[in-house]
Design a protein around this ligand. Sequence first.
Ligand code: GRG
Ligand code: ZN
Length: 317
Amino acid sequence: MAPKFVRDKHIQYIQSLDKKQDELEYWLSEHLRMNGVYWGLTALDLMGARDALPRDKMIEYVKSCQHANGGFGANPGHDEHILYTLSAIQILFIQGAMDEVDADLVAKYVCSLQNPQNGAVRGDLYADSEDTRFVYIAFQILALLDRLPQFDVDKAVEYIDSCKNYDGGYGMVPGAESHAGQIFVCVAALAIADRLDLVDRDLLSWWLCERQVPSGGLNGRPEKLPDVCYSWWVLSALAVLQRLDWIDGDRLREFILEAQDDELGGIADRKGDAVDVFHTLFGIAGLSLLGYEDLEPVDPIYCLPARVTKDLKYRRR
Ligand code: GRG
Ligand code: ZN
């Protein structure tokens, strides 16, 4: 029999993360703090417990991480990066606090990261590395700010299409191996741009459902170990492609529930490993996509509670 979903323990686990300031782990994860708040808040919201963390303090914290150019860092005094800017905007969006930022300034920052030659996007102003993740992030930030038309969407879509492989999947840059994480960002970006016609639906859905291994878990590419976070990267793409029933949901559910810490809460990458807030969110979001545990529905394109994204214009499937 599958273990029980320990909702109250997961809520307590996420609340406890803010109180661990005397532990080394807290300071070692300082560079991920903004992402961590988004992962924790979204997981809480999907469990119907958004108020378990203090709203006003969270909004003040997010604002204290913003730079004059509009971008956000992971913590006050940390350099801005598009990864943290997305989490910051997602947090404000969930909290219904978008009026706390200057949307035009943030949009200008995001648009300044696009390469006009090939449509790709870099992560910050200081490095040249381009990655399909950053195109998706730019699309999502601009969609949440209702500023997508300020971006060269067509050129960015061309870049994503140039990262498509013969197996129907997508890699990080043109010619790179297909990976479920990159497939999520490319499929979700194409959904935001209303260009899912570019996806080879059946071929890609086959590749995605072949990620399920005998334990019931999903891996991110052939011959790799299963990991709870692929319950998001793989399933969300299948959900957008409307092929969720191509995997065995009951066996995946069991794999996720076995990776819970049923005493202290939280979910690990797989059974027996240490829990973290990243895998806690993606395990819960996967269960939500599968319709289990009486969770709030999650939006497979935005990885936000569907309740807050329902009125967004950019969400074609
Ligand atoms: C809003 C949900 C959301 C995301 C923002 C950052 C981002 C956009 C997306 C990340 C997509 C991605 C590349 C996910 C994969 C993460 C991961 C588990 C990487 C591990 O890669 P390997 O090669 O692991 O170390 P494997 O499993 O292949 O051994
Ligand atoms: Zn993982």
